[in-house]
Design a protein around this ligand. Structure first.
Ligand code: NAI
Length: 333
């Protein structure tokens, strides 16, 4: 039996986590959940958003399934998500965005994977006031982190039979930092002659993705561009309610939806559980339950295509619970 750390999260987190657990169960996978609290709820109980139990559980299980956590804006509390990624050196953030047939969207047949560097860039948290009126945030780009993320992207492309890797940067302006990232990407690309390689400047990339997303495949980029472009890619395939993310390192992995805790929908049975369920499928793949992962993805695809039992963000009128139940019915039949 697998043991996986579970964080039910804040806002819509508990509702979509419940949905994911029921779906995993219906897919026939037995998991012993090591449940720990983090985020806003944990602050009230343990006086910290990241209690020691979370760290010790992840140290033990090496795999986590996590619903979104709320980060108070500008309060001095560092994002728990960023903290977790840094603590466990989960250097690769994998965000696949794939079209679901049947959704009434301007784009069809999109199949993109954003590979985002997860540990440095402007997320290093090195900020200070230069004077009372001037602030400074420091962008760190290292050869070490660039090399391992680009290599991760190429290994992923090779293992998944993908054809092309595009490195995204702003090396025309940030000649040293993004220049280093691009140089490293070009060097690593030479080790994978069977995979096509190209690079794009990030602003052009944003436009190209909106014009013709089908011409891209795997994209690798520093942290901030990855954060922004992965939300753009989510928009191309039907919004944040469907896109999962994986944070992967040498010593473990945490799977979560790309979206946040959407507080305005909390407790209202309106949130789309799709992204959390897709994150669960990625997690199942990671723990070698590939068939269950495939069945969950296929059932969700069929449910969305049919369109009768989906949440309002997908054009339906089902609640979180109704959508989950319909998915479970599909999985069991
Ligand atoms: P958000 O992703 O929570 O919500 C943005 C909008 O997207 C929502 O207003 C809603 O319209 C839609 N949306 C998101 N998830 C949905 C779902 N499952 N079903 C239907 N619609 C959905 O982003 P926001 O409002 O910027 O952040 C809210 C909180 O979440 C903040 O505290 C933020 O720090 C946190 N956050 C946490 C993340 C994580 O735990 N990995 C990631 C992003 C944000």
């Amino acid at each position: 039996m697998h043991t996986v750390t579970l964080i039910r999260g804040d806002g819509i987190g508990p509702e979509i986590a419940e949905a994911a657990l029921a779906v995993i169960d219906a897919a026939g996978v037995s998991i012993k959940w090591d449940e720990v609290e983090a985020g806003v709820n944990a602050v009230e109980k343990y006086n910290t958003p990241l209690p020691d139990q979370v760290i010790s559980s992840l140290n033990k299980t090496k795999v986590g399934l996590k619903a979104p956590l709320t980060t108070p804006v500008g309060s001095g509390i560092r994002s728990i998500n960023v903290e977790l990624r840094m603590k466990f050196d989960l250097f690769a953030n994998l965000r696949p965005a794939k079209s679901f047939p049947g959704l009434d969207l301007p784009y069809q047949d999109v199949d993109l994977v954003v590979v985002r560097e997860n540990t440095e860039d402007l997320y290093s948290g090195i900020e200070h006031m230069v004077t009372d009126t001037i602030s400074e945030s420091i962008k760190i780009i290292s050869r070490y982190a660039s090399e391992r993320i680009v290599r991760f992207a190429f290994d992923y492309a090779r293992d998944k039979g993908r054809k092309k890797v595009t490195a995204v940067h702003k090396a025309n302006i940030m000649k040293l930092s993004d220049g280093l990232f691009l140089d490293v990407a070009r060097e690593v690309a030479k080790e994978y002659p069977q995979i096509e390689f190209e690079d794009r400047i990030v602003d052009n990339m944003a436009m190209q993705l909106v014009l013709k997303p089908q011409q891209y495949d795997v994209m690798v980029m520093p942290n901030l561009y990855g954060d922004i472009l992965s939300d753009l890619c989510a928009g191309l395939v039907g919004g944040l309610g469907l896109v999962p993310g994986a944070n992967i390192g040498e010593n473990g992995a945490i799977f979560e939806p790309v979206h946040g805790s959407a507080p305005k929908y909390a407790g209202k049975n309106q949130a789309n559980p799709g992204a959390m369920i897709m994150a669960s499928a990625l997690m199942l793949e990671h723990i070698n339950e590939k068939e269950a992962a495939r069945r969950i993805e296929a059932a969700l695809t069929a449910l969305i295509k049919e369109g009768k039992h989906v949440t309002p963000d997908l054009g339906g009128s089902a609640g979180t619970k109704e959508m989950t139940k319909a998915l479970i019915d599909l999985l069991k039949n």
